[in-house]
Write a protein of this length. Structure first.
Lengths: 174, 174
DNA sequence: CAATCTGATTGCAATTTGCAATCAGTTGCA
DNA sequence: TGCAACTGATTGCAAATTGCAATCAGATTG
């Protein structure tokens, strides 16, 4: 995972930033899952990332200017990872990527509901979500009022899981 | 480059399709560079892909349904690679990716001019470009009339190269 | 004081990458 | 006809990368 600088093409350079199996997954979990700590990212992602890979990618994303790390005042050992503006502006790309995947790939119902909501909300919803992220991660932007986008996405996900439980007829794994 | 199916998340599945160093570069060269043959892709991309990697990725992209291969009637050995609708609908994602890269990464002038034009043109231009690609690669859609998007992008690129030559004061490499 | 949780690091085997060389069939040209 | 150049690949192989398992030291909790 070195930084090649193979060419100055924007698409190539973008690929050199997150053209691997894990970087964008980590950013997805921070952005949509609201995860901020190492352990949350390690255990939270359903793809099962290994701890050394996670450590390596977090370091790389910090070097690239996509993340910053600060200490957690409540726990001297905890680190809090925050998105930079550079990472927050990936939201529209992630929304497009999710929409494309929903059309062409065998996505699962529960996991694609968020992509669907984000697609239906369109650019205004993305903008609001980015402002919420700026509030949470950069401390800029006024505090969001009313229902946050993340709460809407989370509610949609939980409703989908509930529908699925009803249909399958058993409780989800704890 | 096996297909994992780590999770049914749309973003994860999308990453499993082109979350590597080369797949999207190849698609970029076919889409924006108009390359259709193995050799064109091998020598044309400025990132310098190796022939075995190219062969492997072309095969994989065919298995994933992003490309099809047909024989060239004028040359019994030549293969022509064509985009599928699945690949053509990546155009908006590539446009966003290029726009993001232009803002945040050290892109070169000549190579980012296409991304800039595509960004300025917005969704209407992307739609027109996708229809041109459908005409060229799928045989559907009516033949484009007037200046094609690819011609506009190519003209912009050449003008940028010319400006650069003037500024630097020497001829470009042949 | 012991168990547990924190963000990592290390060893190591398997896989992936990509350079160099090579291949067999096709075409162009003298 | 003969031969070089070109076509889309394939193979060998060394180097780099990946990721599982085990482990680490310091901080917190009970």
């Amino acid at each position: 995972m070195n930084i090649d600088r193979r060419s100055g093409c924007p698409i190539n350079l973008s690929l050199e930033v997150f053209g691997d199996r894990w970087s964008l997954i980590i950013l997805r979990d921070i952005i949509f899952g609201g995860r901020r700590h190492f352990r949350e990212l390690l255990n939270g992602s359903m793809e099962g990332i290994a701890s050394n890979i996670l450590a390596d990618r977090l370091k790389r994303l910090m070097e690239l200017g996509m993340l910053t790390k600060t200490g957690d005042p409540s726990h001297k050992q905890k680190a809090i990872y925050s998105l930079t503006e550079m990472a927050i502006t990936l939201v529209p790309i992630l929304a497009h990527l999710g929409a494309w995947g929903r059309v062409w790939l065998p996505v699962s119902d529960e996991l694609s509901i968020r992509a669907e909501l984000l697609e239906k909300g369109g650019p205004p919803m993305w903008e609001q979500f980015m402002n919420e992220l700026r509030y949470e991660h950069l401390g800029t932007s006024p505090a969001p009022t009313g229902a946050t986008v993340r709460a809407i996405l989370q509610a949609g996900y939980e409703a989908a899981v509930a529908r699925n439980v009803e249909r399958v007829g058993c409780d989800p794994a704890p």
